[in-house]
Design a protein around this ligand. Structure first.
Ligand code: ATP
Length: 210
């Protein structure tokens, strides 16, 4: 069954079309890796998939409320502890148990530390652990292993493989090899937009709120 289907998508940022003509389909258990140089449009494409901005053209088909987006920012509440941060998100997504998320990202020993006092890699581990309390099937991940050491990156790759094994899907912008078996790969360089193409920014669109 297809959980995410994208047809002939074009996306723009800052009034400029970034990439166009992107199509792919992800069935349960499948992963897509987005590659391409800095500035090509990986984040912009993920933002469109996450519903944070509208595409310029094309179609995105996904069940409502099925996506979880892990952006560059970790989105943590700095005065809350690790456990409180996860419990906050668990409540938002109507989940009770944060223990599996703490264990999966090796956060048990940090559970009572305020997020503000964590190292960059520890914050990233907590940011990624949030995915596990969403219960969402479609994970949209923007360079998830930034700041992670090799062991933590391997831990996160295990988390992603387990998500896929349970029938989830993921789209990951990454420059490193996460060793996901049979992942599709799209290099966005091949989809770089024609500089003359209209960005078609919708009327009333305001970047500050996108
Ligand atoms: N907030 C912004 N306002 C205006 N333009 C932006 C903004 N953020 C990114 N851009 C531009 O949009 C284009 C696509 O950027 P995007 O962040 O999607 O690229 P990327 O492939 O994710 O890059 P990276 O590998 O560096 O993360 C780039 O030309 C970039 O300069």
């Amino acid at each position: 069954m297809s959980l995410l289907s994208v047809h002939d998508l074009a996306v723009a940022r800052g009034g400029m079309r970034a990439v166009e003509g992107v199509s792919f389909t992800l069935d349960a258990g499948q992963a897509l890796i987005l590659r391409g140089p800095n500035g090509i449009g990986k984040t912009t494409l993920l933002r469109c998939l996450a519903g944070l901005q509208p595409p310029v053209a094309g179609r995105i088909q996904m069940a409502p409320d099925s996506a979880a987006y892990a952006a560059h920012a970790d989105g943590l509440k700095s005065t809350l502890t690790v456990a409180e941060n996860l419990a906050f998100w668990a409540r938002i997504f109507d989940r009770a148990d944060i223990a599996p998320a703490l264990a999966a990202m090796n956060l048990q020993g940090l559970r009572d530390r305020a997020a503000a006092t964590l190292s960059a890699g520890q914050k990233r581990r907590l940011g990624l652990a949030r995915l596990l309390v969403t219960g969402r099937a479609v994970w949209l991940l923007d360079e998830p292993t930034i700041s992670l050491d090799a062991a933590s990156a391997a831990l996160f790759a295990d988390v992603v493989r387990s998500h896929l094994a349970q029938g989830g899907v993921t789209v990951i912008a990454t420059h490193i090899d996460l060793s996901l078996p049979q992942a599709q790969v799209i290099d966005l360089t091949e989809y770089r937009a024609n500089p003359g193409a209209p960005s078609a920014r919708p009327a009333g669109f305001n970047e500050a709120f996108a």
